[in-house]
Design a protein around this ligand. Structure first.
Ligand code: ADP
Ligand code: ASP
Ligand code: MG
Length: 435
């Protein structure tokens, strides 16, 4: 008998009919002789709708109350799903995050899981029931308050349960057939990937591919959980996210590599992701002397903002001044601008520019480690499409560029084609609104 953890995203439980369809699927898994634990998201776009509602009441909702509000979404879907399963003659019990033992730190809206104590889930399984757990939520012991794990956090709930219960599989059910080489809503000829390493998936998730939440991929990697991302609308095999052994340099690659978990022939490029949620701040006229970058980024760090790309220009010989640009989530933009303005005199820079009309594109592939010419091919494809590059940054397995926001989708399509990733057939998007 296997223990299977299944996560159903909002698009899979968008209405009563969908809930019944998912319930049937869960019952089938149970009838096949498995123990089943389900993590479920809020119905459809209801988390966004609750957020909109909060902002209609006040521009800056109190974080504790916002978490109280948002966790209601998952409470609705978990109860409906459990009822639906029970109506089919199977025992099912729903649990809130705190009842399921998802213990987090106290950071509302962005809480991290610090412990998982799924005693009640285990008891339910032992008594032959299916356990339905509300995704995206937890509980802080110190404050006694309910927390949320950040947008897309139900993926993390599922992975954390799979790790704590030592599940055999963790299946992430969504509205597309798996992980594709690009978002199939933007690139119709995106290709479904059969297997992807967690390090590549981490880069894609960090750069805007919301099909998996980055923290869930990190958690799965750390705890050795293998993920299977697939559609809840059919029975097709989806994408396996596997934890690869440490990469070996080509000259030491062992002959029995076929026996290791990663495929023998790794494709050069795993996929391309885009992100429209970032903005760019340029600190203009910074004295080009030691310590200034440290000073600026210490100010930024104190705001808690997550900095992504950083570019410092060569200073002008005549003035000894340079410009430093960096990207960050738009939601942190105002806070960081304010923090920098307060310290302007102390840092001695001339001014600040804020640009929230940028788009970021990231090309990801472990094969880049051993292949030259990837950047040249990327820049050529963008040049031929008349798309201007404003910033560039690279890691071992990723090249990112910043363009104007309104060109990033075109950029995505031309880059996808240039790297030979286009499939023969169009990808199917089964549901969801893409919000
Ligand atoms: P769920 O409601 O199941 O959590 P999400 O909307 O969070 O679903 O994630 C699924 C969506 O992610 C897809 O509908 C697709 O538009 C988007 N997406 C972005 N990048 C990719 C990718 N590389 N592969 C598959 N889907 C992607
Ligand atoms: N309902 C939450 C959200 O929309 C969590 C999730 O769906 O994973 O972000
Ligand atoms: Mg999601």
């Amino acid at each position: 008998m296997s223990l299977i953890v299944q996560k159903y995203g909002g698009s899979s439980v968008a209405d009563a009919e969908s809930i019944k369809r998912v319930a049937k699927r869960i019952v089938e898994t149970r009838k096949a002789g498995n123990d089943v634990v389900v993590a479920v998201s809020a119905m459809g776009d209801s988390t966004d709708e609750l957020l909109d509602l909060a902002h209609q009441v006040t521009p800056i909702p109190a974080p504790r109350e916002l978490d109280m509000l948002l966790t209601a979404g998952e409470r609705i879907s978990m109860a409906l799903l459990a009822m639906s399963i029970r109506s089919m003659g199977h025992d099912a019990r729903s649990f809130t995050g705190s009842q399921a033992g998802m213990i987090t730190d106290a950071r509302h809206g962005q809480a991290r899981i610090v412990d998982v104590t799924p005693g009640r889930v285990r008891d339910a399984l032992d008594e032959g029931a299916i356990a339905i757990v509300a995704g995206f939520q937890g509980f802080n012991r110190g404050t006694g308050d309910i927390t949320t794990l950040g947008r897309g956090g139900s993926d993390t709930t599922a992975v954390a349960l799979a790790a704590a219960l030592d599940a055999d599989v963790c299946e992430i059910y969504t509205d597309v057939d798996g992980i594709f080489t690009a978002d199939p809503r933007v690139v119709p000829r995106a290709r479904k990937i059969d297997r992807i390493s967690s390090e590549e998936m981490l880069e894609l998730a960090a750069n805007g591919a919301k099909v998996l939440y980055i923290r869930a991929v990190e958690y799965a990697r750390r705890h050795g959980v293998t993920l299977h991302v697939r559609s809840s609308f059919n029975n097709n095999e989806g994408t396996i996210v596997f934890n690869a052994p440490e990469p070996t340099a080509p000259d030491e690659a062992s002959p029995d590599r076929e026996n290791s978990e990663s495929p023998v022939e790794e494709p050069l490029i795993a996929g391309v992701a885009t992100d429209l949620s970032e903005a760019k701040i340029t600190v203009v006229g910074v004295p080009d002397i030691p310590g200034k970058a440290a000073q600026i980024f210490n100010i930024v760090a104190k705001t808690g903002a997550n900095i992504d790309m950083i570019v410092q220009n060569v200073s002008a010989a005549a003035t000894g001044l340079t410009d430093i640009s960096f990207t960050l989530p738009k939601s942190d933009g105002q806070t960081v601008l304010t923090a920098l303005t307060v310290e302007q005199e102390d840092v001695g820079y001339r001014g600040l520019q804020y640009d929230d009309q940028i788009g970021k594109l990231a090309l990801v592939g472990a094969g880049m480690r051993t292949n030259a010419g990837v950047s040249a091919k990327l820049f050529t494809a963008l040049y031929e499409a008349g798309i201007n590059i404003e910033m560039i940054s690279t890691s071992e397995i990723r090249i990112s560029v910043v363009t104007r926001a309104d060109t990033v989708n075109d950029a995505l399509r031309v880059v996808h084609t240039a790297f030979g990733l286009d499939a023969d057939d169009e990808a199917v998007v089964h549901g969801g609104t893409g919000r």
